[in-house]
Write a protein that binds this ligand. Structure first.
Ligand code: SAH
Length: 567
């Protein structure tokens, strides 16, 4: 019987051509089985074909629902974090795409069978009774994944007659390969088979061979052999198809009782409730190996990410900004940043309020810079969360320069600026074909005539395009007067948008010669942007619009066309 729901086999990728070939051969073997109508395989990094091509091929053939199977032995960083993150990106690329996520391959009796065969091949007739096995797993910072290798070691021993099976790890966990070989030697082992618990060839299995040979060379008289990896074979194909069928039935019997992201394990309590984020392996040969997609920089300890949070609502931050926020140990947040996100940080994250309330108590920029640098130097992942875009009147670059001067690395994540988003959320485009072919974003912080002002108000008065004024609640009257004095028409429409994107969003419209009076109203208070220019008239039909009010999270807000009751 052929199953209609396609199978997407997701590998993590390897620098080893042999490993890529084995993956490809397995995908082909599964295809030939004809148990599933459509099968594609792809890698999340390093190797071809990339996952995105595999998904594109399935979508191109009309599939909207797939089973995505992580081709991993145990649930660790790849299976819990990186592959789901890559699939999430694919779902954004293909709206409407749904997938059921299968569980990791191991533990499974078929895998133990294959391991035993690989060990027998290495034994080449020598008896099991006099043989110790060192089962070498990948090693993980996830204790559950390491425990699973230990479990598989035990299951491999049970009933097979080896002298014993001991687990070891090639990376990130103890005991290392030399350490487990030394342990077996001291237990009196004369013959050891090192069995890599790996699906395919790769840099790490090669390293297992090298370290085993080195140990053997140092211990003449000890018979050390290395078995092949699991590799492309019929048992593995059977297992993949079993996992596909399970996922289709919604029958994912994963045991999450010892998942460090769910329950506090000693030494790992900080993982509980923490979202899985793309990770890196510090001891991999090519770190730079970028475990993260190249377009998605990870935040490493000691780095500061200056992140634009968007205009205020929690869901107008970028995907990248959100990912770095999830990775942060310390978040230094502005008042205009999306503060709702701060309530959803994992437990234990330090939140520093750098609120710079206008005319209120403030934390000076130097103090903020010092805070960022101090936390970074203490080895923490620091996110500086700002409203809008960090480089639009956000002083973001001052922070980047201060960090650079202190030798602290920074990552900049742009954000959706209120300069564009606030008008848009009120239904006004800042440009429109045939109406406005330019838009100027101006800070109203310093009024016309102020000695520190860098703005050429006369030139702005002559321009015909859109003017967006930020931080101008206190100065908009003087700005309007200056623009009128230099020739802007008195009837030029003006829009004010306060608390854009929030449930309290409030908008009003008036003429340029009325905005001084409008700004005196209580409703006009920060944060607000003023939009000056003919685009304001595009908002909606003012006659049909209700009185000044704005529905929450208006996508296009007809109320933006309302003329405020004056008084
Ligand atoms: N970097 C920010 C701007 C910081 S200056 C950005 O790119 O959006 C602060 C000014 O931004 C406020 O005085 C106000 O003019 C504007 N602003 C920020 N958030 C706003 C919001 N939700 N609604 C209206 N104006 C907002």
């Amino acid at each position: 019987m052929t199953d209609r729901t396609p199978l997407l086999i997701v590998g993590h990728g390897t620098r080893s051509a042999a490993g890529v070939a084995q993956f490809g051969a397995l995908v082909e073997r599964i295809r030939r089985r004809d148990a599933v109508a459509d099968v594609e395989g792809g890698f999340i990094e390093l190797s071809r074909p990339p996952l995105t091509d595999a998904v594109g091929a399935l979508v191109g053939r009309g599939h909207r629902s797939v089973v995505a199977l992580p081709l991993v032995l145990a649930a660790a960083g790849h299976g819990k974090g990186d592959i789901p993150a890559a699939l999430a990106r694919e779902r954004q690329r293909h709206p409407g795409l749904r997938y059921a996520y299968g569980r990791p391959l191991g533990p499974h009796p078929l895998l133990q069978e294959v391991l035993a065969r690989r060990i027998d091949a290495a034994l080449d007739g020598a008896d099991r009774t006099g043989t110790w096995v060192a089962l070498i797993g990948r090693g993980s910072t996830d204790p559950d994944a390491n425990a699973e290798v230990t479990k598989v070691a035990r299951l491999l021993w049970e009933g097979r007659g080896y002298a014993g099976v001991e687990p070891g790890f090639i990376s990130l966990a103890e005991p290392s390969v030399p350490a487990v070989l030394e342990r077996l030697r001291r237990l009196g082992a004369r013959r050891i088979v090192v069995a890599p618990y790996f699906l395919f060839a790769g840099v790490l299995p090669d390293r297992i061979v090298a370290q085993s040979r080195e140990f053997a060379a140092d211990h003449r008289g000890l018979d050390v052999r290395v078995a092949e990896v699991i590799g492309d074979c019929d048992d593995l194909a059977d297992l993949v198809l079993e996992r596909h069928a399970e996922a289709l039935r919604g029958d994912i019997r994963m045991n999450c009782d010892t998942c460090a992201y769910r329950v506090a394990l000693p030494g790992f309590a900080d993982k509980v409730g923490r979202p899985q984020t793309p990770h890196h392996h510090p001891d991999d040969p090519a770190d730079g190996h970028g475990h993260h997609h190249h377009d998605e920089p990870a935040l490493h300890p000691g780095q500061v990410a200056v992140v634009g949070g968007g205009p205020g609502p929690d869901d107008l931050i970028t995907v990248r900004g959100r990912a770095l926020l999830d990775a942060a140990d310390v978040v230094v947040a502005d008042r205009l940043a999306p503060t709702g996100l701060l309530r959803r940080l994992r437990p234990g994250v330090l939140v520093v309020d750098a609120a710079k309330v206008p005319r209120g108590p403030s934390m000076s920029q130097d103090a903020i810079n010092d805070t960022l640098i101090a936390h970074a130097r203490a080895g923490r992942r620091v996110v500086r969360l700002k409203g809008g875009d960090p480089y639009v009147f956000g002083r973001g670059h001052e922070e980047v320069l201060a960090c650079a001067a202190a030798g602290v690395e920074t990552v900049l994540v742009p954000g959706v600026s209120s300069a564009v988003a606030a008008p848009a959320l009120a239904g006004v485009p800042v440009t429109h074909r045939g109406v406005a072919h330019e838009v100027t974003v101006v800070s109203g912080h310093l009024p016309p005539g102020h000695p520190g002002s860098l703005v050429d108000w006369a030139a702005l008065a002559r321009a015909r395009g859109t003017l967006v004024l930020l931080m101008a609640v206190d100065t908009v009257g003087r700005i309007a007067a200056e623009l009128l004095a230099h020739g802007r028409a008195a009837e030029t429409p003006v829009l004010v948008v306060r608390d854009a994107g929030h449930p309290e969003q409030w908008t009003a419209r008036c003429r340029l010669d009325e905005v001084g009076a409008l700004a005196a109203r209580d409703e006009v208070r920060p944060p607000a942007v003023f939009v000056v220019g003919p685009v304001v008239a595009l908002a909606a039909d003012p006659a049909s619009a209700p009185a000044v009010a704005a529905p929450a999270h208006a996508v296009v807000d007809p109320a933006a066309g309302a003329v405020p009751a004056r008084g």
